[in-house]
Design a protein around this ligand. Structure first.
Ligand code: NAD
Length: 247
């Protein structure tokens, strides 16, 4: 199976105004992809789209709104002549545990991180079928592979994304649509702003990752991972492998 050329990608990226989403928009657009940056940060999203040039657009999309999804997908299809990829990347973190997380906070985090990913898959599938197939990347986390204290809603949502990816991969395989989950470890973005460097110190690669490193993984998943579906792509400095200890 041939590699998919980056310039043939017509992709919608949620959370595309910041961090990993913005780095991926920048990388793919630099190689000629048509990119719809979708976010709730309209000023940052519009500014990035303008910076990246004629093949990039911005659209307001709150991932928990069905109407926003339908309008953004219709917009992308009209602007690009179709859609063949979705990066379900938008997400939020809530630093609270099983006992001290308020029910509202747990629901907010799981709505955006999991229900929002479901809506993306659900709403974009007709467009990908029309295009003859495509790829969907769902952003999970190392928090979708193991537990972390004090992150109840986040861990629950990211395990959910990993499971949903497998279910959707099976449902959509007949339509030539690959569905993959992406599992970053600690990456320096607005989400981790203020977290201390020592969080990454016991990892085999003892540093925070950069958004560009994740963007390169996402590009690989979209263009070269043609024999993978339902599977986990881990980019975590070895964090889930274990801790480097000296006795
Ligand atoms: P970020 O805060 O820089 O970017 C997240 C983006 O999502 C922002 O632009 C934000 O406006 C957008 N967003 C939030 N709620 C939204 C909504 N309801 N609708 C649409 N957009 C919304 O953070 P990031 O690190 O780039 O995070 C991207 C993804 O990577 C998230 O899913 C996050 O959980 C995941 N992740 C991040 C790390 C990390 O260490 N940074 C690690 C593992 C997984």
């Amino acid at each position: 199976m041939d590699v998919i050329a980056t310039q043939d990608l017509k992709i919608l990226i949620t959370g595309g105004a910041s961090g990993i989403g913005a780095a991926t928009a920048r990388l793919l657009a630099g190689e000629g992809a048509q990119v719809l940056i979708a976010d709730v940060q309209d000023d940052a999203g519009n500014a990035l789209a303008e910076e990246l040039g004629a093949r990039v657009r911005y659209r307001h999309l709150d991932v928990v709104s069905v109407t926003d999804w339908e309008q953004a997908i219709a917009f992308a299809e009209a602007e690009f002549g179709g859609l063949n990829a979705l990066f379900n990347n938008a997400g939020v973190v809530g630093f609270s545990g099983a006992e001290n997380s308020s029910p509202q906070e747990f629901k907010r985090v799981t709505d955006i991180n999991l229900y929002g990913v479901f809506l993306g898959i659900h709403c974009v599938t007709p467009a990908l079928k029309k295009a003859g197939g495509g790829a969907i990347i769902n952003t999970s986390s190392t928090a979708g592979l193991q537990g972390y204290g004090g992150l109840a809603g986040y861990v629950a949502s990211k395990w959910g994304v990993r499971g949903l990816t497998k279910a959707a991969a099976l449902d959509l395989a007949p339509y030539n649509i690959r569905v993959l989950s992406l599992h970053p470890g600690p990456i320096r973005t607005a989400m981790t702003d203020g977290l201390p460097d020592n969080i990454a110190q016991a990892q085999p690669i003892p540093r925070f990752g950069e958004a560009l490193e994740v963007a390169r993984m996402a590009r690989f998943m979209l263009t070269e991972a043609t024999y993978s579906t339902g599977s986990e792509f881990v980019i975590d400095g070895g964090a889930v492998t274990g801790q480097v200890l000296s006795w």
